[in-house]
Ligand binder design. Structure first.
Ligand code: PMP
Length: 306
């Protein structure tokens, strides 16, 4: 079947969605991107885009900060995405990658005087990390990008050199994922995930000013913990040593969903198995994102007319 992408203002066959090696953002990492998931519900015969508006709001806000004024509104981008998913006739879980960049063929690392462009394509990857049995992570020797050097708050391509270094180090050392500390020595996040720990009846996560990406899944999970599990959520700095003695640790992200962490730096977390709070959260989250919980239907944009 023919695959399509949105490129230079139109939906075109994927083979036509190509950029020049001279493209400015390719050289300087100044592209701004998003990762969005859509979940297929077989019973509803429907594809639901998760947090479509929130992702495009973040993308456009990041673009403005990068002097990238795109001629699209949040609604435009959501509508284009719906149209693309329909055109690709997607009837399974899918990942959507919008990427905004400076298309100019110019060799200067700057953000002004250039022409921004946005491309959107779909990508089939199943599980990003194993959510079913819990993963083993390593504290990275790489420090998380400081918000005052390459803003960790923005989803800009260049920031992912930091993620790639940490993730590679972890994989080469035999772990599944890396946890990065910030310049103050506190726990920041994974290479592509936010982090939470459980201590008794309290759930703790680093605050947004601790040099992390303000994850959309992070916000949704905070709401689920408060409203569904009726537990307290503390947003405060976390020391590395506190992770080791936590009852449970889990990572959140669009790709990672809710991934339990069962071992950090060769130390078992809790019982070394997925903890009860993480398990409960996973269940609610997976039901909500697939459109099986009525009160969370507001998170979802249906793709097909019912
Ligand atoms: N931190 C980093 C560094 C990420 O790349 C991601 C993935 N976008 C996240 C956290 C999680 O963010 P979200 O829940 O919005 O996908």
């Amino acid at each position: 079947m023919m695959e399509y992408a949105f490129f230079e203002g139109r939906i075109v066959p994927i083979e036509e969605a190509k950029i020049s090696i001279k493209t400015n953002s390719f050289h300087y990492g100044t592209a701004v991107f998003e990762g969005i998931r859509a979940y297929w519900n077989e019973e509803h015969h429907q594809l639901y885009i998760l947090f479509a508006r929130e992702h495009y709001q973040r993308l456009l806000a990041n673009c403005r900060a990068m002097f990238m004024e795109l001629p699209y509104s949040v609604d435009d981008l959501v509508n284009i995405t719906v149209e693309l998913l329909r055109k690709n006739n997607i009837k399974h879980d899918v990942y959507i990658r919008p990427i905004a960049y400076f298309k100019d063929l110019a060799l200067t690392p700057k953000l002004i005087g250039f022409t921004p462009e946005i491309a959107i394509y779909t990508y089939s990857f199943g599980r990003y990390l194993d959510t079913s049995k819990g993963i083993r992570v390593k504290t990275s020797s790489w420090i998380r990008n400081d918000d005052n050097s390459i803003p960790s708050r923005w989803k800009v391509a260049g920031a992912y050199v930091n993620s790639a270094l940490a993730k590679t180090e972890a994989i080469l050392a035999g772990y599944d994922e890396a946890i990065m500390l910030n310049q103050n020595g506190f726990v920041a996040e994974g290479s592509g995930e936010n982090i939470f720990l459980v201590r008794g009846r309290k759930v703790v996560t680093p605050p947004c000013w601790d040099h992390i990406l303000e994850g959309i899944t992070r916000s949704a999970v905070i709401k689920l913990i408060k409203n569904e599990l009726v537990l307290e959520v503390e947003e405060r700095s976390i020391s590395r040593s506190e992770l080791y003695s936590a009852d449970e640790v889990f990572l959140t992200g669009t790709a990672a969903e809710i991934t339990p962490v069962v071992e950090i730096d060769n130390r078992k977390i809790g019982s070394g198995d997925i903890g009860p709070i993480t398990r409960e959260l996973q269940k609610i989250y997976f039901d909500a994102v697939r459109g099986n919980i009525e009160r969370y239907k507001g998170w979802l944009t249906p793709v097909y007319e019912s």
